[in-house]
Design a protein around this ligand. Structure first.
Ligand code: DC
Length: 214
């Protein structure tokens, strides 16, 4: 069972994916961490993030099974990830690991930008989780303020718009909803509501698959 979850930054897909994986007892891969790791390693070594050949080299040398998650969180790491993710050599270097992860038993949940469209086009369930840029910026601002970080809503909104534009506008595996994905707009839903909606979609898919097998 492969569950593919795509959507823009800050829509809540990571939280949803982790909860779904725990609920069904499936493996979970946050694919954004792979791109974050490439960006982080390049920045740490003073390499040019906009050079596709160098970025591809770093991505091929990455050991995706050992990612230091702590240092990869945060807005700056996300921004670097989005920049290196435009390079085709980076994307192709990370495909095999993601596809091997996706077929782990009894199932896997992967979240990212291109899971339903490029990495796992045959995924059993595809969800496209989104919310308006304003709602995502408000949530992120509140989250950071709650952690004691004094951030400005307008600045966060501008960053979110810029990231959306880069992730959706790139030529290689851009962010877009797969034709057979189910849209989950979280603008007016809390985490619990999003989770329940996703469970209903997945359970219905599983029941349908069981009917077809019988
Ligand atoms: O999901 P995230 O915010 O951790 O992702 C960081 C960046 O990595 C995102 O802006 C674009 C890139 N990314 C991607 O291109 N494809 C993916 N499957 C996951 C992330």
């Amino acid at each position: 069972m492969i569950i593919a979850i795509d959507g823009p930054a800050g829509a809540g897909k990571g939280t949803l994916a982790a909860r779904l994986a725990a609920h069904y007892g499936y493996h979970y891969l946050d694919t954004g961490l792979l791109y974050r790791a490439v960006g982080h390693q390049m920045a740490a070594r003073g390499l040019d993030l906009d050079d596709p050949a160098i970025a591809g080299h770093v991505a091929r040398a990455l050991d995706p099974s050992h990612l230091a998650e702590g240092e990869l969180r945060g807005r700056e790491a996300g921004e670097r990830a989005s920049r290196v993710a435009v390079h085709p050599p980076v994307r192709s270097a990370l495909v095999d690991f993601q596809r091997a992860f996706a077929v782990r038993q009894p199932g896997a949940v992967l979240d990212g930008r291109d899971i339903g469209t490029a990495i796992c086009p045959d995924a059993d369930v595809k969800l496209y989780v989104t919310a308006s840029p304003e709602v995502r910026a408000r949530r992120r601002t509140d989250e950071l303020n709650a952690k004691g970080r004094d951030v400005d809503y307008e600045r966060i909104l501008a960053e979110i718009r810029e990231r959306d534009e880069r992730d959706a506008g790139r030529a290689s595996a851009p962010l877009r909803m797969a034709e057979d994905a189910v849209l989950l707009d979280t603008s007016a839903l809390d985490i619990e509501g999003v989770f329940r909606a996703a469970i209903a979609i997945i359970d219905a898919k599983q029941a349908e698959a069981a009917r077809i097998r019988a």
